[in-house]
Design a protein around this ligand. Structure first.
Ligand SMILES: Nc1ncnc2c1ncn2[C@@H]1O[C@H](COP(=O)(O)OP(=O)(O)O)[C@@H](O)[C@H]1O
Ligand SMILES: [Mg+2]
Length: 244
């Protein structure tokens, strides 16, 4: 059995009277892809943000390689934010700098690589996202799907162990969705573990080793895609109904 790299134990989170998470338990193994489903506003994004410390949980523990990370201060979190990369819902590129500078940004921030090492690494990433030779292009001159892929390249540039995808295919047409999902597949084949938050059930079923359903503050389903499709649970079935 491969090792657990990320573990959420009894996570509770509330905003005022709004109890978002009411005892979430979840674990992710090395190289595993986990699809996280749930209705709008159920707390999927808050859960991803909590893992990287952008939100603070009220109760429970988050462990990375058995080390507790939910109680670390910003400075101590930095190395974990390199190992666990969060790919924003929007792509979140900097508009005023070009594609090269966007993708290279984490390397300038966190490494002492030479300029030529950075150029090589960004060139590799551009090939991986199937946008070779687009270093000089400005984000506003790219399609939405291309911007998402550039955002993913930036999330990948420091070789994380885990990537958290927040609705990476939302708002994309079928062709761009396929491009993004096939990039996720290539990253998976390189051994990268992921949590994939999505409403796009077909993509989740294609890519993920496990499907998890978040409902009213709890994980109500955590099993293989096959068992997800075969489930008789009424709430789980609602997600399946959106499949065709
Ligand atoms: N910073 C915040 N302050 C107050 N409420 C928030 C905050 N962030 C999220 N929420 C609320 O938490 C709930 C879950 O949000 P979110 O995780 O974004 O849902 P989703 O599952 O759609 O990603 C929503 O009701 C949202 O309004
Ligand atoms: Mg969300």
């Amino acid at each position: 059995m491969s090792e657990t790299i990320l573990e959420l134990k009894n996570i509770h989170k509330r905003f005022g009277k709004n109890n978002i998470h009411q005892g979430i338990n979840l674990s992710l193994k090395k190289g595993e892809s986990l699809g996280l489903l749930g209705g709008s506003g159920t707390g999927k994004s808050v859960l991803l943000r909590s893992i990287v410390g952008l939100e603070r949980i009220d109760q429970g523990e988050i462990l990375f390689h058995n080390k507790r990370i939910d109680n670390l201060d910003e400075e101590k979190l930095t190395p974990y934010r390199i190992k666990i990369s969060y790919s924003f819902q929007t792509g979140a590129l900097f508009d005023s700098i070009n594609v090269f500078e966007n993708i290279a940004y984490p390397l300038f921030e966190h490494t002492h690589f030479s300029y030529s090492q950075i150029k090589d690494r960004v060139g590799e990433m551009l090939k991986l996202i199937d946008l070779p030779d687009r270093e000089e292009v400005m984000p506003s001159d790219l399609s939405g799907g291309m911007q998402k892929r550039v955002g993913m390249a930036r999330a990948m540039i420091l070789n994380p162990e885990v990537i958290l995808y927040d609705e990476p295919t939302a708002g994309l047409d079928p062709a761009n969705t396929l491009n993004v999902v096939s990039l996720m597949q290539r990253l998976k084949e390189k051994g990268l573990a992921s949590i994939f938050v999505t409403h796009d059930i077909p993509s989740a079923l294609m890519l993920c080793d496990r499907i998890v359903v978040l409902h009213q503050g709890k994980i109500i389903f955590d099993d293989t895609p096959l068992n997800f499709q075969a489930s008789n649970d009424l709430i789980v079935k609602k997600f399946n109904a959106t499949k065709d």
